[in-house]
Design a protein around this ligand. Structure first.
Ligand SMILES: [Ca+2]
Length: 261
C-alpha cells in the first residue's frame, strides 16, 4: 500500500495512463506535461495539528523545472532519460514505469543528474523515493511520479545548498531543524526533532558538530511527508473529515505504514 491513496477509485492498470482530475484515463503513451498541485496535493491546507508543509510543495516544488536545473536542452530530454531506462526491461515497458534499480541507475549514471547532486544514491533510498510518490500503488514509478520526484529533489537540493556554506555536502543540525519547522512548516515537538537527529546525523569535530548529508536529508524529507500524510488521512477518516491530531492505528495498519517506506 502507499501513503498516497488517491481519492476515488484509482486502481493500477497495465498500459499507459495518467492521473487527471480524480479520473483514471487510458491514453496512448502520453505524458502528463507537468504535475499540477491540484492533481497531487492531498493536504495543501495548513492545519493546526500538522503545520503547513503542503504550502511548501505548492509554492516551491511545483514551480521547479528539473530539466533546467540539470542543464538539459529541453524538457523532453528528461522524458527521454526516463524512457530509455524503462526500455531496458520489458516488464517495465508493460507498465510504462521503472523500478528502484532503474531509478538508481538514472540518478547515479546520467551525467547531468550525477553532476548536479554529486550524490551516490543507494537502492534503498530509491525504493523509499518510489514509495513516497507511488500514487498508482503498483510499486513502480511512472513518468508523472518520476517527474515529481525530480522536482522534489531539485527543490530540496536548492534548500540544502543554501545552508551548506562550505559545499562540504553536509548541513548543520540547527539548520535542519530550521528547515523542517520554518521552511517546510511541519509542526513537530523538540523531542521528535531530537529523535530525527539521532537517527540521521553524524557527530564530527571540532566541538561535536552534528551534521546531516544530502541523501539523509532527502530520507527525512520523504518520510516526514509520507508519514504525516498517512497519519493525517487516518485521523481525518476516523473523525468524519475533521482533524484532531490523534488517531487509533491497528497493528497491521501501522506495519503497512512504516514497512512500505
Ligand atoms: Ca506508481
Amino acid at each position: 500500500m502507499s501513503y498516497y491513496q488517491a481519492s476515488g477509485n484509482y486502481q493500477p492498470q497495465p498500459g499507459n495512463y495518467m492521473y487527471q482530475g480524480g479520473q483514471h484515463q487510458q491514453t496512448m503513451y502520453q505524458y502528463a506535461p507537468q504535475p499540477q498541485p491540484q492533481q497531487y496535493q492531498m493536504y495543501q491546507q495548513s492545519s493546526q495539528h500538522y503545520g503547513s508543509y503542503g504550502t511548501y510543495y505548492t509554492n516551491s516544488v511545483f514551480k521547479i523545472n528539473a530539466w533546467e536545473a540539470y542543464q538539459l536542452r529541453q524538457s523532453s530530454d528528461l522524458e527521454m532519460i526516463f524512457v530509455q531506462e524503462m526500455q531496458k526491461n520489458p516488464e517495465n515497458m508493460m507498465r510504462n514505469a521503472i523500478q528502484a534499480e532503474d531509478l538508481m541507475n538514472v540518478l547515479n549514471n546520467t551525467p547531468s543528474i550525477r553532476s548536479y547532486f554529486r550524490t551516490n544514491w543507494s537502492r534503498e533510498m530509491c525504493s523509499i523515493m518510489i514509495a513516497m510518490l507511488d500514487r498508482s500503488q503498483d510499486g513502480f514509478m511512472q513518468w508523472n511520479e518520476f517527474l515529481e520526484l525530480q522536482q522534489c529533489l531539485v527543490a530540496w537540493f536548492k534548500v540544502f545548498c543554501q545552508y551548506d556554506f562550505d559545499r562540504s555536502g553536509f548541513i548543520d543540525s540547527t539548520e535542519l531543524i530550521n528547515v523542517i519547522k520554518q521552511l517546510f512548516g511541519y509542526q513537530i515537538q523538540p523531542d521528535t526533532l531530537e529523535t530525527i537527529l539521532k537517527r540521521y546525523s553524524r557527530v564530527v569535530p571540532p566541538h561535536s558538530r552534528c551534521i546531516i548529508a544530502f541523501d539523509d536529508f532527502v530520507a527525512i524529507s520523504v518520510r516526514l511527508r509520507a508519514y504525516t500524510d498517512a497519519f493525517r488521512r487516518r485521523d481525518s477518516l476516523m473523525h468524519g473529515g475533521h482533524e484532531t491530531g490523534s488517531c487509533t492505528l491497528g497493528y497491521d495498519d501501522f506495519l503497512r505504514c512504516v514497512l512500505c517506506l
